[in-house]
Design a protein around this ligand. Structure first.
Ligand code: ZN
Length: 367
């Protein structure tokens, strides 16, 4: 880590700006460690992830990790010859062994080659991802938000935590300075309507690009989330929901809408609504972004238009948590719930590989 940190400090001194990345990577004698191949194979336990719901869930987890702008992706197969740490095979399974889990809901182990022989020789040889399968069983592979802890449910989503662990397997370390999946993954969720799932996100995509380089294929993905960075808890970033403020930036009074926090607004009030915009893709994009009012928690450009920012530039580097001023319409019904939302790239200018994550919401109640 030392050489990497020195480099970052030098860049800081020259630019006198915040660093353009938060991601951290493993190093060997000062050199970043990565796989020698761009598509290592993960061997999936057929006992822990039986065909159907759970196998689909762990495959979905790998697919979401693979949604990055680099040539790197995890392939997968079914493990047939026994699971273990340090056996030369990259495997994923569920375990009740406290010695392996170390008190974590899930854990990644990695094995690297690292030595000097007229230059640094390093590569990753194996990475294993193990989930805590003790009772009470804490996992879901649902993408219904109501199953998830942060949306009133009782389960931890395999996808969100799994992406964090496969992020380690890819070569990333924890981050505590930015909204990112290598922090508190259960608070790094994209949601619109009743659908919610974990995702790799801008900072981890940036880290993957640092390690494996940009893909020759033009892989683009803009997204927006109603979560943002809150504070550092040890090595982990903690995240909280984005919010609605009055015209002066003071947080509005809250009210519970369903299982989520909403904000009390007046008819005709000028408010600031906050969302986190991300560029998870290869290239910088300049797009039009819209703000909307909806009768439900599903936001689209078919909802009532409140405003547009033309020419919003999103680069892969630092996530953009941004507040825009909008006016709550004066013809809304007192006591009713509504949802303010945003849609990134309303003109569909970008050939977006993952367009489902381009909209999200915050609940409000009209006084
Ligand atoms: Zn971790």
């Amino acid at each position: 880590m030392k050489a990497r940190l020195t480099l970052a400090a030098a860049a800081l001194a020259c630019l006198s700006a915040t660093p353009a990345f938060a991601y951290r990577v493993n190093t060997c004698l000062g050199v970043p460690v990565k796989w020698a191949t761009n598509n290592p194979q993960v061997r999936i336990s057929p006992v822990s992830f039986p065909d159907g719901y759970w196998r689909n869930g762990i495959q979905r987890t790998l697919n979401l990790t693979n949604q990055n702008p680099t040539p790197f992706w995890f392939s997968s197969t079914t493990d047939t010859d026994g699971l273990g740490l340090g056996n030369g095979q990259s495997e994923t399974w569920g375990s009740t062994d406290g010695g392996i889990l170390g008190g974590s809901p899930a854990i990644a182990y990695w094995y690297d080659t690292c030595y000097w022989f007229f230059g640094v020789v390093s590569h990753r040889d194996e990475a294993d991802v193990i989930f805590d399968y003790n009772a009470p069983f804490q996992w879901t592979a649902d993408e219904s938000k109501y199953s998830l802890i942060m949306y009133g449910g009782s389960r931890r989503q395999l996808q969100g935590t799994g992406i964090h662990e496969f992020g380690h397997a890819l070569g990333l370390l924890h981050v505590n300075t930015e909204y990112n999946v290598m922090g508190a993954d259960f608070e790094h969720i994209w949601a619109n309507g009743s659908w919610a799932h974990g995702y790799l996100g801008e900072d981890a995509a940036d880290g993957a690009t640092y390690l494996y380089g940009p893909w020759s294929y033009s892989w683009q993905d803009l997204g927006v989330a109603h979560w943002k960075y809150s504070y550092a808890s040890g090595e982990y970033s903690r995240h909280v929901r984005t919010a609605v403020y009055d015209a002066f930036g003071t947080l509005l009074p809250t009210v519970t809408v369903g299982t989520e926090t909403g904000y009390r607004v007046n008819k005709g009030q000028t408010v600031q609504v906050e969302f986190t915009y991300e560029n998870n893709g290869r290239d910088t994009q300049t797009v039009d972004t819209g703000w909307y009012l909806s009768n439900d928690d599903y936001i689209s450009t078919a909802d009532r238009w409140l405003g547009t920012n033309t020419g919003m530039t999103l680069s892969r580097g630092d996530v953009l948590t941004y507040r825009r001023t909008v006016t709550i319409p004066s013809d809304l019904v007192s006591g009713w719930n509504y949802w303010v939302g945003t849609v990134v790239d309303i003109g569909h200018v970008v050939a977006d590989a993952v367009s489902e994550n381009n909209a999200t919401y915050i609940p409000i109640r009209v006084n």
